[in-house]
Design a protein around this ligand. Structure first.
Ligand code: ADP
Length: 266
């Protein structure tokens, strides 16, 4: 033997390409599954108020044709179903804006306690099913906020607190101000959220496994939209919850410094 020839061939690019292809296939399958799940949830949610709405309108039509009295109750029911449908469609539109990074805010200086009080009072005036309380701060807490969008966050948290707690349950809202941050808290004594699912709560279409499917269904978009709104304000949203004992949602927002009156006039 006078010599040897060693031949090496680097096959790692081929292995990498194969692994990448497999990963792409897995991602595509996952995306198809998410889309199918979404279509099935969305069509179910949209159909739920649509069927009774059609029945209500048919009954109203028959009553009008037969010259019978139309009760305001039936019209109110139909209006409630239309409201539910438009809330779902708005959530779908908002979620697509969030996904495309197109959620726009019109921020201006505003009083946060005033806004929280306004949304809270609207809920308290119509909620006969729960005991609602609001612990307001002694001072004003101004923030640079989009009033409509912050009201949407409050509304979503209050709706969830009522939706996921038993009749007669307590819902406590509070607003505190410390270290330059305003913190809104909405606490309920409802079904709670399993610990291992809490990290996913603000993801698109996520619904905890203990969320009721019928009656109080949902698209799992509300908290996803809330997180985007809060973070675009430079704030944070998070939850503390114990399964079967209730949930507490916190929203912190940077507060504006309150200017002493004499300085404001200089
Ligand atoms: P939706 O209520 O339409 O399903 P959300 O994005 O508002 O969508 O909430 C996502 C999920 O988080 C809900 O499906 C539910 O599982 C859980 N959740 C939200 N708020 C509460 C709450 N206050 N108590 C218990 N579970 C909640």
């Amino acid at each position: 033997v006078t010599g040897r020839v060693w031949s090496f061939r680097d096959i790692s690019p081929r292995v990498h390409a194969e692994q990448e292809r497999e990963q792409l296939l897995r991602d595509a399958n996952e995306a198809i599954q998410v889309r199918d799940d979404f279509l099935s949830i969305a069509s179910h949610e949209l159909k739920t108020p649509l069927t009774p709405l059609r029945l209500n309108l048919q009954m109203l039509k028959h009553a009008l044709e037969a010259d019978q009295a139309v009760t305001p109750g039936r019209v109110d029911k139909a209006l409630g179903q239309v409201r539910r449908l438009s809330a779902l469609v708005n959530d779908l539109l908002d979620a697509s804006c969030v996904g495309a990074g197109r959620m726009e805010l019109q921020r201006m200086p505003m009083s946060l306690p005033e806004l929280v009080h306004e949304v809270f009072s609207d809920f308290r005036s119509v909620s006969e099913t729960h005991v609602l309380t609001y612990d307001a701060p002694d001072e004003d807490v101004p923030v640079l906020g989009d009033r409509g969008r912050l009201a949407q966050v409050m509304t979503n948290l209050l709706e969830n607190a009522l939706k996921y707690s038993p009749l007669g349950g307590a819902v406590r809202v509070s607003l505190t101000h410390s270290g330059g941050d305003a913190v809104i808290t909405v606490a309920d004594s409802g079904i709670g959220i399993p610990k291992e699912e809490q990290a996913h709560l603000f993801e698109r279409f996520f619904r905890a496994r203990n969320a009721p499917v019928s009656g109080f269904g949902g698209l799992g978009l509300g908290l996803y939209i809330c997180r985007d709104i809060v973070e675009r304000h430079g704030g944070h949203i998070w939850v503390e919850s114990e399964l079967g004992h209730g949930s507490t949602f916190h929203v912190s927002l940077p507060a504006l410094a309150v200017q002493p009156l004499h300085e404001a006039h200089v």
